[in-house]
Design a protein around this ligand. Structure first.
Ligand code: PMP
Length: 430
C-alpha cells in the first residue's frame, strides 16, 4: 500500500481521531481486537435501521430482506475464503467455532450421530487415539482439545517449541503418526507473530488421515487465507480481529466433515422434523446455527471483508511484511529488551511480544499508555508458551492495516525509554 493509501485508510477509522492522555492514539493492539472502519459501522447500523427482522420462515417483506442480507454475508465470506457457502458457519467467535468442532467430534465419539443422513462414526475418537496440538496455541485452541481428550479417552500430545520460538518439526514428524486423529494448530502465533510452516505439518497429518484444524485468528486479517489451498479441514477466525464486529466468528469446515458432524447446540431453525422423541437435522450450515442468528454482525463482517478486499490481502500482507521487519529491527536494538521468538527464521506478521529486563510488562504498558500507545500486556491467553520462554507475562505490540512506519518508530522509541524511566541503566538487569 502506498502512504497515500494508508492515509486514506486511516481517515476511514473514526477511532484514530481520538487522543489519549493528550497524545494522538497509536493503536498497537489489533491482535486483541481490531478497530472498525466507517463502512463496517455503517453496514451494521444501516441494517438495524432499515432491514432488521428474524430471518427464514418469515412471510413478510423485511424477513425476506434480512434473510437475503444474512445469506449474502455468508456468500461474501465464502468467496473471501474460496469455499462453498454451505461450508461457512457463523458462530459467536473463534472460541465458539473451535468448541463446536471439538464438541461435535466428542458427540460423534459417543456413538450419537446427527440423524439418518450422516456418517459421524468415521470421525469418532477412541481410547488410544491421539489429538495433536502445539505448545504455542492460544488457550482457545488448546482447552477444547483437552476436554475432547477427557471425554473420549484419547491422548492429547503436543509439538514442542524450540528455543528460538519456532515449532520442533523433527519432533512433529515423530509425534504425528498412525494414532493421530486430529492436528489442531494456529496459522500465526499470537505471541511471536511467526507463521506456522503448514507446508511441513499438514502433509504429516494427511499421510495418516488425521483431520487438520487451523486457528486462523491471527492470519485472517494479515495474510491471504485459502483453506483449500492449505489443505485443512477446518479454519476458524473471529470477525472482530478482521475489522468487523464483535459477536461473530467464522467456522469453515470441509463439506464432507460438516455433513457428518452432529450439532453442537440444539433448538430451532436447525431441524427438518421433530417428534416428542427425536429430531432430524438440516444439513450444514443450518445444523450448526440454531436460534436467531447474528444478523447485523454478519452484515458488518461482510462489510469488513469488502473493506480488506478493496486493497487485496496480498498487498496488505506485503505492506505489513515491511512493518514486521521494521518492528523487529527496532526492538532488537533496544538494550535490555528481549523479543520472544526473535531468532525464529519463519516469516512473521507485524506483531511482537517483548520482555523488558527489570520491568514488569504491566508497568511497561503503563508507560506506553501515558504516550497514547495502546499495547497489550499479560500472557495473551498463551500460558504454556510463556512458560516455555521462562516468563509469566510480556508486552505485545501488534499492527493493523492503518499502522504507519512512524507509529512503529514512536512505539520503539517509547520502549527504549522504559528502562531509563525506571532508573535502569543500559544492560543492567534487576
Ligand atoms: N486464537 C488466537 C490465535 C487468538 O489470538 C485469539 C484471540 N486472542 C483466539 C483464538 C480467540 O479469539 P476470540 O476471543 O475472538 O474467540
Amino acid at each position: 500500500l502506498t502512504s497515500a493509501e494508508i492515509e486514506g485508510i486511516r481517515a476511514r477509522f473514526p477511532i484514530l481521531r481520538r487522543e489519549v492522555h493528550g497524545h494522538p492514539l497509536v493503536y498497537l493492539d489489533s491482535a486483541a481486537t481490531a478497530q472498525k472502519p466507517d463502512s463496517v459501522i455503517d453496514a451494521e447500523s444501516d441494517f438495524v435501521r432499515t432491514s432488521n427482522a428474524a430471518v427464514n420462515r418469515g412471510a413478510h417483506f423485511l424477513a425476506g430482506e434480512a434473510t437475503e442480507a444474512y445469506e449474502d454475508a455468508r456468500d461474501t465470506i465464502a468467496r473471501f475464503l474460496g469455499v462453498d457457502d454451505n461450508e461457512v458457519v457463523f458462530t459467536s467467535h473463534a472460541t465458539e467455532a473451535l468448541n463446536l468442532v471439538a464438541y461435535a467430534l466428542g458427540t460423534a465419539s459417543s456413538g450419537r450421530g446427527a440423524g439418518s443422513h450422516t456418517d459421524a462414526a468415521r470421525f469418532a475418537l477412541h481410547e488410544g487415539d491421539e489429538i495433536v496440538v502445539t505448545e504455542l496455541e492460544h488457550h482457545a485452541n488448546l482447552i477444547p482439545w483437552q476436554e475432547l481428550a477427557a471425554r473420549t479417552g484419547a491422548t492429547l500430545r503436543y509439538i514442542p517449541v524450540l528455543d528460538h520460538g519456532g515449532l520442533d518439526l523433527d519432533a512433529a514428524a515423530e509425534i504425528i503418526g498412525e494414532r493421530t486423529r486430529v492436528l489442531a494448530v494456529t496459522h500465526v502465533s499470537n505471541v511471536t507473530g511467526a507463521v506456522t510452516p503448514l507446508d511441513r505439518l499438514v502433509p504429516l497429518a494427511r499421510a495418516v488421515g488425521a483431520l487438520v484444524v487451523l486457528d486462523a485468528c491471527q492470519s485472517a486479517p494479515h495474510l491471504p487465507l485459502r483453506p483449500r489451498e492449505l489443505d485443512v479441514d477446518v479454519a476458524v477466525f473471529s470477525g472482530h480481529k478482521l475489522y468487523g464486529p464483535t459477536g461473530i466468528g467464522v467456522l469453515y469446515g470441509r463439506a464432507e466433515l460438516l455433513d457428518a458432524l452432529p450439532p453442537f447446540l440444539y433448538g430451532g431453525s436447525m431441524i427438518t422434523t421433530v417428534t416428542m422423541d427425536r429430531a432430524e437435522y438440516l444439513p450444514s450450515p443450518q445444523r450448526f446455527e440454531p436460534g436467531t442468528p447474528r444478523l447485523s454482525q454478519a452484515v458488518g463482517l461482510a462489510a469488513a471483508v469488502r473493506f480488506v478486499e478493496e486493497f487485496g490481502m496480498a498487498r496488505i500482507a506485503a505492506t505489513e511484511h515491511a512493518l514486521a521487519a521494521r518492528l523487529l529491527d527496532g526492538l532488537v536494538r533496544v538494550p535490555g529488551v528481549r523479543m520472544l521468538g526473535v531468532d525464529n527464521p519463519a516469516p512473521r506478521v507485524a506483531l511482537a511480544s517483548i520482555v523488558i529486563d527489570g520491568v514488569h510488562a504491566h508497568d511497561a504498558g503503563q508507560v506506553l499508555d501515558d504516550r497514547g500507545i495502546a499495547a497489550r500486556v499479560g500472557h495473551h491467553c498463551a500460558q504454556p508458551l510463556h512458560r516455555r520462554f521462562g516468563v509469566s507475562a510480556s508486552l505485545r505490540l501488534s499492527a493493523g492495516i492503518h499502522t504507519t512506519p512512524d507509529e512503529l518508530d514512536l512505539a520503539i522509541d517509547a520502549v527504549a525509554g522504559i528502562r531509563p524511566f525506571f532508573g535502569l541503566g543500559e544492560g543492567a538487569g534487576a
